[in-house]
Design a binder for this molecule. Structure first.
Ligand code: SAH
Ligand code: SF4
Length: 392
């Protein structure tokens, strides 16, 4: 096989930036885009599908990054691949491990930006909390990420790359011929609950989750993937149709007046509009129920009346209510509700027939809990600014 001219951007359906050395990263390409890229680089058209399948399995099933280790490909073909492509995942800059086993990775992506990815081990599962954006355009008043401006959307490769690098760190690449069962996997679930609003980066999140679900790769069931949104109503039906994963809604309030303050996107799509879009979700996506996330803020949204209003609002929607004790961060304008208050609230909901688990904060000692993520570089920048005398 002879090497052909280097591939150019415009032959690909999916616009991809080439690296400075002219090579393209294969991680994050959908199957058709991967096939197209391989053919554009000189793979004979009629072999395209087979080669795509082989390379796909090396990357996502076996965790191989070096073309030379792809032993079912002929040597000259491996060379051709190495001349045109790389298999690259974002770099782990640092890793912190909490007393409770939670691991927080600071991950560097192209351009020197950083995001955080959190691994949470539990008895019956291991959940990876994945980021979809650097920062967030939204400004929920209780969320640390919301105080950091949006820097940019992550690419599909950077989103799926977080899964691959966590598997590297956990040492979870199967031995040849042995695929892990869901129940025994270290990384068995994914939640899109890291930094960013996933539905404001829809296509990249969709492509990355399709790769995560692909049976010849990471092969997680769509029921083990939960996308959390603050309520980008027009994209909710699309999530059901094009991704089909489980859905969590950052609900957090029972009146528009309070939700406008906590989750400002509510001014664009209010509670009634949000609930309408949710009623259609389970049928569209064939999933059993929707998770309502509800952060418990002392004296703001935690009264018995709120609990009763919540039940009324969600009537008819198969739901589970996740109560999240507010995780504090430096300068946060709220306090966590007391344990008694949270329990009383949970009780009312439970008696109305809904599961109402109180989420135990994980990794608090390393600022890895929900809503505490913010890139370390941004934190350091702010700290330096605060330390410097004004005249400097
Ligand atoms: N942007 C998406 C996903 C990321 S946030 C969303 O808003 O849904 C993941 C969850 O953590 C959301 O329910 C969010 O509202 C919640 N959260 C944010 N800040 C928090 C904090 N300080 N304490 C507890 N939960 C928080
Ligand atoms: Fe963004 Fe979600 Fe935080 Fe709101 S809660 S600011 S949508 S990351």
């Amino acid at each position: 096989m002879t090497a052909t001219a280097p591939i150019t951007q415009d032959v690909l359906t999916l616009p991809r930036k080439l690296r400075e050395d002219g090579k393209m990263n294969l991680v994050g390409l959908t199957r058709p885009a991967l096939q197209e890229a391989l053919v554009a680089a000189g793979t004979p058209e009629r072999q395209g599908k087979m080669r795509m399948n082989q390379v796909w399995q090396w990357i996502y099933q076996k965790g191989v990054r070096d073309f030379d280790l792809m032993t079912n490909l002929a040597k000259p073909y491996r060379t051709l691949l190495a001349e045109n492509f790389v298999v690259e995942v974002p770099e782990i800059v640092s890793k912190q491990v909490s007393d409770d086993g939670t691991r927080k990775y600071l991950v560097r992506i192209a351009g020197g930006h950083e995001v955080e990815t959190v691994y949470i081990p539990e008895e019956d599962r291991g959940t990876l909390c994945v980021s979809s954006q650097v920062g967030c355009t939204l400004t929920c008043s209780f969320c640390h990420t919301g105080t950091q401006k949006l820097v940019r959307n992550l690419t599909p490769g950077e989103i799926v790359g977080q899964i691959l690098l966590a598997r590297d760190d956990l040492g979870e690449w199967p031995e040849p011929g042995r695929n892990p069962k869901d129940e025994t996997r270290l990384l068995s679930n994914i939640v899109l609950m890291g930094m960013g609003e996933p539905l404001y980066n829809f296509e990249a999140v969709r492509d990355a989750m399709k790769i995560a679900m692909d049976p010849e790769g990471i092969s997680l069931s769509r029921r083990r993937i939960t996308l959390s949104t603050s309520g980008v109503v027009p994209e909710i039906a699309r999530t059901a149709e094009e991704i089909g994963c489980m859905l969590a809604i950052s609900f957090h309030a029972t009146t528009d007046e309070v939700r406008d303050r906590l989750v400002p996107i509510n001014k664009k799509w209010n509670i009634a509009e949000l609930l309408d879009s949710l009623r259609a979700y389970p049928k569209l996506s064939n999933s059993e129920r929707i998770t309502f996330e509800y952060v418990m803020l002392q004296g703001v949204n935690d009264s018995d009346e709120d609990a009763r209003r919540l039940i009324k609002l969600i009537e008819g929607i198969p739901a589970k209510i996740n109560l999240i004790p507010f995780n504090e961060w430096p300068g946060a304008p709220y306090k966590r509700s007391s344990n008694n208050r949270i329990r009383a609230f949970a009780d009312i909901i439970y008696k109305a027939g809904y599961a109402s688990p109180i989420r135990t904060p994980r990794g608090e000692d390393i600022m890895a809990a929900c809503g505490q993520l913010k890139s370390a570089s941004e934190r350091a920048r702010n700290a330096r600014r605060a330390e410097k005398p004004a005249a400097e």
